[in-house]
Design a protein around this ligand. Sequence first.
Ligand code: SF4
Length: 350
Amino acid sequence: MKKSILDLNIAELIEFLASIGEPSYRANQIFEAVYAQHKTSFADFTTLSQKTRTILEEHFYLRTFVQEDEITSTLDKTQKFLWKLKDGYKIESVIIYENKRTTFCISSQVGCALDCKFCATGKMGILRNLSPGEIIEQVLLMQEKIGKEPTNIVYMGMGEPMLNYESVIRSAQVLSDPKGFALGKRRITISTSGIIPGIKRFTEEEQPFSLAISLNSIDDKIRQKIMPISKKYPIDELMEAAKAYTESSNKLVTFEYVLLDEFNASAADAKKLVQLTHRIPCKINVIPCNSEDAEYAPPSKAKVAEFELLINDKNRRITLRKRKGWEISAACGQLYAKNEKKNQKQSKSK
Ligand code: SF4
């Protein structure tokens, strides 16, 4: 059965080439054509013989997605894409422009099992994991759409990356392979909602990629309410795992903190956040919530400013991220949900 060539790392490609009697250096030529030259047809792999191109064509796809939707923010140019996969499932990817950064935000699963209350993807439940190739294809397609390389890639779209660990790490390895996509390892961030075994494995394996933890509350009771996974992995243990990561890797960890009015955005929350994280070398990204659920609204601008002031600390980098693409439903799962509603309406009216 044909599969995506993006699912193969260079060692597997060498193995395949050996099986058809081709030398290993051909793998570098193929990686070059796929990841540097963005060839979308094996016929254009002109460094290979016609016979090899035909064999590749028989065994592999170069692209498997169909674009279902695309939307661009008129306010901040954030772009969001909805892709249909080969089996009909759909996933989202987003491009966020901020100063000199062009960040590609990619999905790691179809849906998500973790049911964070402020997230549209959580409402889908988990449908399946993405393969390494399906994770990589999002990046290639977005680069082709805008004709520009990303400066950063974040695994912060649909799904919990630590629950699809192997595919996530394999895709990040290809995306950072100097012979592959060649993005700097630290420019690739794996973001978790706090799956402690995943953080420990990431630490033990000395993964070179950056790590972000979606914290969102410093109070176990509140965190459990908005992020049910917190019942399994309480904040104290999560902080210990984060600290162990920073000590072992000698790198900062990033804490993402989505501000939800009435839940986690008070002055007392800000002070506790400082206390909780002061022993951990970290950056904190504060992001006003971008949920469509009226229960999870962003705080007022004044409250956001006060929160930022209270957590400000000259020893740490605090970034207040803007609500990017809020008018185009750029937060995770929202375009998918809109598209599904539109499709349901269309099929009812038939
Ligand atoms: S925020 Fe992330 S981990 Fe939580 S439900 Fe949404 S996709 Fe899953």
